[in-house]
Design a protein around this ligand. Structure first.
Ligand SMILES: [Zn+2]
Ligand SMILES: [Zn+2]
Ligand SMILES: [Zn+2]
Ligand SMILES: [Zn+2]
Ligand SMILES: [Zn+2]
Length: 443
């Protein structure tokens, strides 16, 4: 009976039983010692084997503690050792706004859809936090993501959305018509069913209160939870070039010519406007330079495809159809990304120079005429910062870039030599200035 309830109410599968023990349905299954078949069913429903009860036990550990040897073994067989890793990858991808990867993971392992972080955040919470478009939120719901799950503070994903983006369209439409997702199923519908181990393609023969019967090409019939069943939408046949493809993230129709950068490689990987806006925004400012979500080629911001710009302008907030995740216009955003990327490159460059200075080691030969060993072999010009490596000259060094003459040993200019410990004479060994830890003339 508990299983039937969970079939009909996706997301309740990981709820804790009352009584303060913090046990989930899987814990109870472990306690009673169920077989692999029951665990398969629970996995199919999205049960998370990594949740710990009040005593800190996972269901598998509980099975072992109660001497349910077969059940403990079944846990390992059904959920596999990679399960916690896959869940971590999913949550990380969602956290950084990489929803292309989220969808990729959920397609391969649909049972991960209810995964919650330690703080209780689900993929839906993250999608709301990032202000994803209605199309993508609808897609997640269709994949079985449950909007009723609460985080450690008791917040549902919709509450996160309301707090972050009070004007988001989903607040007006999606919350009410969550039921819409499966309402379109009827006998005869062509559907795709995402199961833990496979994706089925077939036709609906029955829609009942407990679930949906789907018959696949080979004539086999499958009983599926309704929220696992996605209607296969026919692609519009108008304007092949302009529609004719589906967004890899939210499955909405988009153009086949949709590429993020001119350097995109491999199979086409189109995204719709909403998902592209969210992706771009999630990458800024931490994940620069901007790279394609799929093929990881750097996006050429000076040569964005015209068609991409048109579609982006349509949805870019404010003014576009996308919710106001940013107050920058598209072109302000592109300029900001370029500036930040250049700053990043400069910072990376300075770091590389400092690394070189720190690891250059002493000169291989003693400094000529003053016969001094142990002086660092690379110095930054005290005026312009360019790096100069000692070869075989005297200590008087003239920078080829700015023409400044300085002492390679003490790094002082000629007039900064006092004639005592610091003597400009080539035969005098000045005190060795320590390794430079800053590049002169930079910021
Ligand atoms: Zn999309
Ligand atoms: Zn690409
Ligand atoms: Zn000299
Ligand atoms: Zn210089
Ligand atoms: Zn000197």
């Amino acid at each position: 009976a508990a299983l039937d309830f969970c079939q009909a109410h996706p997301g309740t599968i990981n709820n804790r039983k009352g009584g303060g023990m913090g046990n989930t349905l899987l814990h109870q299954a472990a306690f009673w010692g169920v077989d692999a078949g029951t665990l398969e069913t629970l996995k199919e429903l999205g049960a998370n084997p990594d949740l710990r009860n009040a005593e800190g036990q996972t269901p598998a550990e509980m099975a072992e503690a109660h001497g349910r040897v077969h059940t403990a073994a079944a846990f390992a067989a059904v959920f596999g050792e990679e399960d916690p890793v896959a869940r971590l990858r999913l949550l990380r991808a969602a956290k950084v706004g990489d929803f292309a990867q989220v969808v990729q993971i959920l397609r391969a392992q649909p049972h991960l859809v209810h995964t919650q972080s330690l703080a209780g955040w689900t993929v839906l919470h993250q999608a709301c936090y990032h202000g994803c478009g209605c199309q993508f939120l609808r897609r997640l719901l269709a994949l079985g993501a449950c909007p009723a799950l609460r985080d450690a503070n008791g917040q549902t994903c919709w509450e996160v959305l309301r707090e972050r983006f009070p004007e988001h369209q989903a607040l007006a439409t999606l919350i009410q018509d969550t039921a819409v997702v499966t309402a379109s199923l009827a006998a005869g519908s062509r559907v795709t069913v995402g199961l833990a181990h496979a994706t089925l393609v077939g036709e609906v023969t029955r829609v009942g209160p407990g679930g949906v019967t789907v018959v696949t090409e080979d004539g086999q019939s499958h009983e599926c939870a309704a929220w696992r069943v996605l209607p296969t939408k026919e692609l519009a046949e108008v304007d092949e070039e302009d529609i004719g493809a589906r967004c890899l993230i939210c499955d909405a129709p988009t153009t086949q010519l949709w590429v993020l950068g001119r350097a995109c490689q491999g199979e086409p990987h189109p995204m719709c406007g909403e998902c592209t806006v969210n992706f771009l925004w999630s990458q800024y400012p931490l994940n620069l330079p901007l790279k394609c979500s799929q093929c990881k080629q750097e996006v050429d911001l000076d040569n964005l495809p015209q068609r991409l710009l048109w579609h982006l302008t349509d949805v870019w907030p404010p003014g576009g159809t996308q919710c106001p995740i940013t107050s920058q216009s598209l072109f302000e955003f592109i300029e900001a990304v370029k500036t930040k990327t250049a700053e990043r490159r400069d910072a990376a460059g300075v770091e590389a120079l400092l690394e070189l200075l720190a690891t250059c080691g002493p000169t291989t030969a003693a400094i000529k005429y003053c016969n001094l060993s142990g002086c660092p072999s690379v110095r930054a010009c005290p005026h312009c910062g360019i790096l100069i490596e000692y070869e075989s000259q005297c200590k008087h060094m003239t920078c080829v870039a700015c023409n400044t003459t300085f002492c390679f040993i003490c790094l002082r200019l000629r007039n900064e030599h006092d004639g005592g410990r610091y003597n400009w004479s080539i035969s005098h060994a000045c005190p060795i200035a320590p390794l430079q830890t800053e590049i002169p003339g930079q910021g």
